[in-house]
Design a protein around this ligand. Structure first.
Ligand code: YK8
Length: 177
């Protein structure tokens, strides 16, 4: 896998969770900027084991010239039980892009780790992996992986910069340092 985001932000871990994993203005705005449309978010639901799950559906706009312009996608998110409120949030997100070539071979797994540093500081790490459900021919596999990495890098670089913007706004005129 790869580590795409690894940064300390000057706002709380709860705030980070709220921005990324609830139906927040931030995520709505970000999706709009990425031309992610027709988004539907299920609420978080608790499983018998205590883990929380939810499903998102949306349509992504693709800039890769090798692929059609749009694809529907399903994202299954799992929030792990040991994520004690406000201390640590671990979210695994499996993203399946239904309408890209070789879509039945692979999916993407993004792991978001939010760790509390202090009352008003947290660290966000995002690890990404391209996973295979069946093994394609070697050349195809490297083609899928290479094209996935470039799309993911672009997406997470943009997400990080928008979070930096949000951090600025949140800390403006707040009074206390
Ligand atoms: C989520 C991974 C692969 C896919 C794309 C497919 C190339 C197909 C390979 C051909 C277009 C928002 C990506 C980047 C689309 C965007 C997906 C996003 C960024 C040439 C054989 C969508 C996170 C996410 C996960 C997977 C990304 C796709 O929150 O290259």
């Amino acid at each position: 896998g790869r580590l795409y985001v690894n940064r300390v932000f000057h706002f709380s871990a709860e705030k980070m969770f709220e921005l990324l994993f609830t139906d927040s203005h931030f995520i709505r705005r970000f999706m709009k900027a990425r031309k992610i449309t027709k988004a539907s978010f299920d609420p978080w639901r608790e499983e018998a084991s205590g883990t929380m799950k939810r499903r998102l559906n949306y349509t992504i706009t693709i800039t890769n010239p090798l692929v059609g312009k749009f694809s529907t996608a399903t994202e299954n998110q799992t929030l792990y039980k040991d994520s004690r409120e406000g201390q640590r949030y671990l979210v695994d997100a499996e993203v399946i892009t239904h309408d890209v070539p070789y879509h039945d071979y692979f999916y993407t797994q993004n792991r978001y780790c939010i760790v509390r540093h202090s009352k008003r500081k947290c660290r966000l790490r995002v690890y990404t992996d391209v996973k295979y459900k069946k093994q394609p021919w070697g050349l195809i596999k490297s083609f899928i992986t290479k094209n996935s990495w470039s799309g993911l890098e672009d997406y997470f670089r943009h997400l990080e910069s928008e979070l930096v913007e949000e951090e600025l706004e949140l800390n403006q005129g707040g009074g206390e340092p």
